[in-house]
Ligand binder design. Structure first.
Ligand code: SF4
Length: 250
């Protein structure tokens, strides 16, 4: 038997025992996903089981090692909850979350060991095309960018969306979604609602096709220049085309 020190406590262990086994036996919390005692060698890929091996020279910095690969040696001094350990585990958990953002076990580990996580990818490449198109072409100003926890996000300006769907069509990565369901149109990004609008029926074919706010917006912007347009906006694009053809406009 040899003596090692974990978190200031001296304990007797068999030489060459895996530190992971010792920590688990002692009931010391240690995150790990890829370690399995049935395997002959640790895989050491998740890197969550980082611990700090303290240098016995006073004031000298410790070294971050993985508990799964360490074996007990005489005089080993280990800390499992230092700032350096937390930093190493934070790096590891965020790397794993970038590979598996939907993983519940990763989020549970982050919460249990209080590891700050970066937000999951939301499909948005921050090109700001949606923000500009909504401002310059639609004229609704319903989207903007915002810094949250040192990262830029596209966020809604509440109450401004008219439900036209232009941002959905223009988004190159399909990060903004549109859903027409139960006579309601919902425009959203991540789990945030940009706009929710009742849908109106086309006066020609009866299909649900647009929102009242979009119609009001178009009327206010176009009647001055195109007197015929006002009537035709009560029809879906297919019916409006037929009408224009019947009056010889096409
Ligand atoms: S659906 Fe809303 S946010 Fe998108 S372009 Fe139209 S007004 Fe702007």
């Amino acid at each position: 038997m040899i003596q090692i020190t974990i978190n200031g406590q001296d304990i007797e262990v068999e030489e060459d025992t895996s530190l992971m086994t010792i920590l688990r036996k002692e009931g010391i919390a240690i995150p790990s996903l890829c370690y399995h005692p049935a395997l002959s060698h640790p895989i050491a890929s998740c890197k969550l089981c980082a611990v700090e091996i303290m240098n016995t020279d006073a004031g000298a910095p410790g070294k971050i090692k993985l508990a799964c690969t360490l074996k007990a040696q005489t005089g080993l001094v280990v800390e499992t909850d230092t700032e350096a350990v937390r930093q190493a585990r934070t790096t590891a958990i965020n790397h794993l979350l970038s590979l598996a953002p939907q993983s519940e076990i990763l989020l549970q580990i982050a919460e249990r060991f209080q590891l700050p996580t970066t937000p999951a990818p939301d499909g948005c490449i921050r090109c700001r095309l949606c923000v500009q198109i909504c401002k310059e072409i639609v004229g609704a100003n319903a989207l903007r960018t915002s810094r949250i926890n040192d990262r830029t996000f596209v966020v809604p300006d509440p109450g401004n969306c008219i439900g036209c769907g232009t941002c959905v069509n223009i988004c190159p990565t399909k990060a903004i979604r549109i859903e027409d369901k139960d006579n309601v149109r919902t425009i959203s990004i991540r789990d945030e609602i940009i706009g929710r609008h009742p849908l109106l029926r086309c006066e020609g074919c009866g299909a649900m096709f647009t929102t009242p706010r979009f119609l009001d917006h178009v009327h206010s912007r176009s009647t001055e220049h195109h007197p015929d347009v006002k009537e035709q906006h009560l029809y879906c694009p297919s019916c409006a085309k037929l009408i224009r053809r019947s009056i010889g406009a096409l």
